[in-house]
Design a protein around this ligand. Structure first.
Ligand SMILES: Nc1ncnc2c1ncn2[C@@H]1O[C@H](COP(=O)(O)OP(=O)(O)OP(=O)(O)O)[C@@H](O)[C@H]1O
Ligand code: SF4
Ligand SMILES: [Mg+2]
Length: 326
């Protein structure tokens, strides 16, 4: 990985992050069946910067390590190695990240009224003193996300998927975070509802100066949300760059493949290469460039050598033996 300079305008700098899971069979099976211990490298030496007040998106197929990065950044997992540096907030303390999950139903307590779900972090962090102040703040948060104060008296099951995700967002905002990690926040929603929730998230970003680390497997969603995009493949970032640059001039063959799978609204039946082949198991990653078994441009060198990450003149970072800086 390239050495990283701490950016003055980065909310978060991540350098050489590694997360390995022990996925060995139980002890008895290992002894009886002579199975060795087995490790899965879910995040493999990744580095990125999240611009302060901006949005970096992680994109890639299922299992490439996106949620593991989200859990490392929010402190739900500990990294095996690597560094994470959060910029200081207004109070001088490092920013901490709040998480918004894909399934808003699973992350909201079904037995609590919505107003109590949203009030919990306010009470916990002592952000308001009296019950009246807390009620007022909850009503304000509900309106901020496009719901009404009276919705606070209802239970999560009384809402649609999109409304439940608005409640999750209100709850995340209740702790007054500056940094939100959003793990596929709209993937479970219908397309029209998805657009509404994404627009809400953009508006909130402007209104409160929020920083987002946004995760999705959907290139059209990340295009709408991001200043920069990092494309992940089998635990590594293979290309990272400014959104417009990445869409106009995708450099890595895998990024090109992902972009070809976006449905084209004008020409829905045009010929397009559908992501060829299966993602290999991260338990047995291919040698060299791990994308080589699926890569239409692979050479003998690709099967042997892991390509280093290089920074091009455009500022895009890419890991591929064949990419020229032109
Ligand atoms: N707690 C865990 N224990 C063992 N393996 C895990 C664990 N969490 C994730 N993995 C494995 O690590 C790899 C990366 O998983 P991760 O959930 O980060 O991928 P993802 O990109 O978020 O995928 P998806 O798009 O399906 O959500 C996968 O192979 C997954 O099976
Ligand atoms: S290094 Fe080789 S296999 Fe990997 S993406 Fe580049 S051309 Fe394809
Ligand atoms: Mg995930």
């Amino acid at each position: 990985m390239t050495a990283m300079t701490a950016h003055k305008t980065s909310a978060l700098s991540v350098d050489g992050l590694v997360k390995t899971f022990d996925v060995s069979a139980p002890w008895l099976n290992r002894v009886v069946e002579r199975k060795p211990r087995q490790y899965l490298q879910a995040v493999n030496d990744i580095s990125f910067e999240v611009p302060l007040g901006g949005c970096l998106s992680l994109v890639g197929e299922s299992g490439c390590g996106k949620s593991t990065v989200a859990r490392l950044v929010t402190g739900l997992y500990r990294a095996n190695s690597g560094e994470m540096r959060f910029a200081p907030g207004e109070d001088g303390k490092p920013l901490s990240a709040q998480m918004i999950f894909q399934d808003p139903y699973a992350s909201l307590n079904p037995r609590w009224r919505v107003k109590n779900i949203i009030a919990e972090p306010i009470r916990e962090l002592k952000l308001r003193n009296t019950a009246a102040e807390i009620d007022e703040r909850v009503a304000e948060l509900l309106k901020t996300v496009g719901l009404s104060a009276s919705d606070g008296d209802k239970f999560p099951h009384e809402f649609s998927g999109g409304q439940r995700q608005r409640i999750s967002i209100a709850r995340a905002l209740a702790s007054e975070p500056r940094f939100l990690v959003c793990d596929e926040p709209t993937s479970a929603l219908d397309v029209s509802v998805q657009a509404q929730v994404l627009n809400l998230m953009r508006r909130l970003q402007d209104e409160f100066g929020l920083t987002y680390l946004f995760i999705s497997h959907d290139m059209s969603v990340v295009r709408h949300m991001s200043d920069r995009i990092a494309v992940m493949y089998l635990g590594r970032i293979v290309e990272e760059g400014e959104t417009e640059e990445l869409f106009a001039k995708p450099r890595h063959p895998y990024t090109q493949m992902l972009l070809q799978t976006i449905p084209n609204i004008e020409k829905p039946h045009r010929d397009r290469v559908v992501a060829a082949g299966e993602v290999p198991s991260p338990l047995k990653p291919p040698s060299g460039c791990t994308f080589h078994p699926r890569c239409p441009m692979a050479t003998a060198q690709c099967a042997r050598e892991l390509p280093a990450v290089r920074t091009l003149a455009s500022g895009t970072r890419v890991a591929c033996h064949l990419v020229q800086d032109a």
